[in-house]
Design a binder for this molecule. Structure first.
Ligand SMILES: Nc1ncnc2c1ncn2[C@@H]1O[C@H](COP(=O)(O)OP(=O)(O)OP(=O)(O)O)[C@@H](O)[C@H]1O
Ligand SMILES: O=c1ccn([C@@H]2O[C@H](COP(=O)(O)O)[C@@H](O)[C@H]2O)c(=O)[nH]1
Length: 239
């Protein structure tokens, strides 16, 4: 496999880890995603990963049930840590070195994230899996993915999710929605296209960080998507 990329940030959807279920982790999906990541890492691309937590807990939903939002978001961030440990372990089972980091200090669970330590681990050949989002409530793991990509000087953010790109409307709700192959940061924000939150798109725009949105179950796999195969949308400045 040849790739123009030296270091990438992959955002793995928490919901996608649940496979056909509505919550939890489905081992075959976890292993398939880990296998794709291991293939790319073996080809020499440095891979940092931010994992979502929608399969475990979302702060907004918890707050709607009466838990205060800050506590609910802490619960959500802990949920992403569960996914980070599972994914890091699954990557190691594919025979590739992987190290989990946590945004919150929990020394017996994982190293606390610092950009310096994560970069060193990437240079040593580890796939780093970053749990705990940004470490702050009122944010999402999409914003964490963009933030960490900038901090770690990655070339691109790949948002691996359940849909194969950015559409004119939510394709899960509107069957007439059409997919963009390329869209600017300003257009995605102006049109309020919700595949990622506005904070994530604004941070990417202000730091010229390109984002590729693709489906984690695309037949081309992560390696193929990096080579421009499969279906995806590139959000960024015009090439
Ligand atoms: N304009 C749009 N184009 C594409 N998808 C959209 C759009 N608007 C809303 N969506 C929805 O956004 C979802 C992806 O974002 P979401 O935050 O729900 O999931 P995720 O980040 O993949 O998961 P998690 O939060 O569990 O990590 C898609 O499944 C899709 O239904
Ligand atoms: O920086 C962050 C990241 C996440 N959270 C909380 O975790 C859940 C799950 O993350 P998703 O991005 O929705 O997958 C999120 O709903 C928040 O409650 C956070 O507080 N800060």
């Amino acid at each position: 496999m040849s790739s123009a990329h030296k270091r990438i940030l992959l955002k793995v959807s928490g919901e996608a880890l649940a496979g056909d279920n509505s919550f939890g982790i489905e081992p075959p999906y976890l292993q398939r995603i880990a296998g794709q990541i291991a293939d790319v890492a073996r080809s020499g691309v440095q891979v940092a990963i931010v994992v979502g937590g929608g399969n475990i807990f979302r702060g907004m939903a918890g707050a709607a049930d009466g838990t205060d939002r800050v506590t609910a978001d802490l619960m959500g961030m802990l949920g992403t840590m569960i996914n980070a440990l599972a994914l890091s372990n699954a990557i190691m089972r594919q025979g590739v070195m992987s190290k989990p980091f946590s945004a919150a200090t929990m020394p017996s669970v994982a190293d606390t994230f610092t950009a310096r330590d994560a970069k060193l681990a990437l240079e040593e050949g580890f796939v780093v899996v970053l749990g705990g989002g940004t470490g702050n409530p009122f944010f999402t793991t999409d914003t964490a993915a963009t933030l960490r990509a900038i901090e770690l000087e990655c070339d691109v953010v790949l948002k691996g999710t359940k849909v194969d790109g950015v559409y004119s409307a939510d394709p899960m709700k509107d069957p007439t929605a059409t997919r963009y192959t390329q869209i600017s940061y300003d257009d995605v924000i102006k049109q309020n296209l919700k595949v990622m939150d506005t904070a994530a798109f604004a941070l990417a725009r202000d730091n010229a960080m390109p984002i590729i949105v693709y489906a984690l179950d695309d037949k081309a796999g992560l390696a193929g998507v990096l080579e421009g195969k499969g279906l995806s949308t590139r959000v960024g400045n015009p090439l």
